[in-house]
Design a binder for this molecule. Structure first.
Ligand code: ADP
Ligand code: MG
Length: 354
């Protein structure tokens, strides 16, 4: 039933940002080293994500956009690693119900001949045709929410805020994915296409941050490199680091943070957190960082640091809570982890000369 499908789909794809996230993650899943994201009218007219990943095999065409169809279960042995990829087989199916949706895909062996796939709102494949294409996949989402008038109006009304969120989250993917060339562009009306930012395929997070956030002053803001090692849990039985491996710690936090009390003007809201390179909000972790930073900058200080922190840890040390409208990450034994984080961060700041 179309209506039921549309309403249910509205729970997976809640806004512009979730569309972009799902499509970019699909490109990452496909092993892309280049991801090009193009918007028309800030996504109100069209969102296109082009990658140079593996492409889609013809035997997956029919089922591609059917609910709960995923090609990924067979390719990843460990179910726990699957968690990080979000909703299983629901993104494309939802997008069919919520937009004019089409795909062009091309396997390496077939280039420069690709296949265009068109789908009905039910997710049923309605048409295929041969088109020129390079290896990879381009997914196109036009007129998002056009068949859900209330949601469409809401999107149009909030487009400024939504757009800010979209650009922010794309910037995060672009910064953390050092092996991927990202490019984001936008075209207003019939105007010229403008590139918002682009990164190089083989760069450091530091270079990416400068490319995405532009300002030269940011190089000053990201003064300190983070490379903290923490123990995840107090329960020895759960530790995969044992004495035999020389006390290897099970959590690493890598990234950048501004120097405390640095005289440069700080940019608030430039705090980005990742778990295994997936952007996510971690309010408790953010609070721990800001507390230690403040105690070094003086409590009267209104400055908040630039933070870019990727928490690398084994998937058995956290849960991804996939509720219909958001993904939250729950770190096991979080309080202990936060305590050791504060200690390590304090030690880092102590070791600096001001
Ligand atoms: P999921 O990512 O959970 O598998 P999706 O609805 O996002 O579900 O995608 C459905 C399927 O479509 C994927 O399992 C994958 O096989 C295929 N797919 C989607 N996007 C791409 C892409 N950019 N490149 C290659 N295959 C893709
Ligand atoms: Mg997906």
């Amino acid at each position: 039933g179309g209506t039921v499908h549309q309403i249910q789909s509205g729970q997976v794809i809640v806004d512009l940002c979730s569309v972009v996230k799902e499509l970019v993650e699909n490109s990452l899943d496909a092993g892309a080293t280049s991801v090009d994201v193009r918007f028309k009218n800030q996504g109100l007219d069209a969102i296109e994500v082009q990658d140079n990943g593996d492409g889609i095999s013809p035997h997956n065409y029919e089922t591609l956009a059917l609910k709960h169809h995923t090609s990924k279960l067979s390719t990843y042995a460990d179910l726990t690693t699957l968690q990080t990829f979000g909703f299983r087989g629901e993104a494309l199916s939802s997008l069919c119900a919520l937009s004019k949706f089409s795909v062009v895909t091309c396997l390496a062996a077939d280039a420069p001949k690709g296949t265009r796939l068109d789908f009905a709102t039910s997710g049923k494949l309605t048409d295929t045709s041969v088109v020129a294409a390079q290896k990879g996949t381009t997914v196109s989402v036009e007129n998002l929410f056009n068949n859900l008038p209330v949601r469409r109006r809401e999107l149009e009304r909030n487009i400024k805020r939504e757009w800010g969120k979209v650009v922010g989250v794309l910037g995060q993917y672009a910064c953390i994915q050092t092996g991927i060339k990202f490019s984001v562009s936008q075209q207003a009306g019939k105007g010229k296409k403008t590139t918002l930012f682009s990164t190089k395929g083989n760069s450091s997070t530091r270079e990416n941050i400068v490319n995405v956030f532009g300002a030269k002053t940011l190089t000053a803001l990201i003064g300190l490199d983070l490379n903290l090692e923490l123990e995840a849990t107090s329960a020895p039985s759960q530790r995969w680091s044992t004495q035999e491996d020389g006390g290897k710690k099970d959590i690493r936090i890598v990234g950048h943070i501004s120097r405390p009390a640095s005289s440069e003007r700080q940019t608030p809201d430039r705090q980005m957190f990742f778990v295994n390179a997936r952007p996510c909000g971690l309010p408790q972790v953010a609070k721990a960082f800001n507390e230690v930073y403040k105690s070094y900058s003086g409590w009267g200080s209104t400055q908040s640091p630039f933070i870019f922190a990727n928490i690398e840890l084994d998937t058995h040390l956290y849960d991804v809570n996939v509720s219909p409208d958001k993904r939250t990450i729950l770190l096991h034994d979080q309080n202990r982890m936060l305590e050791t984080l504060k200690e390590e961060l304090t030690a880092l700041f102590e070791s600096q000369d001001y």
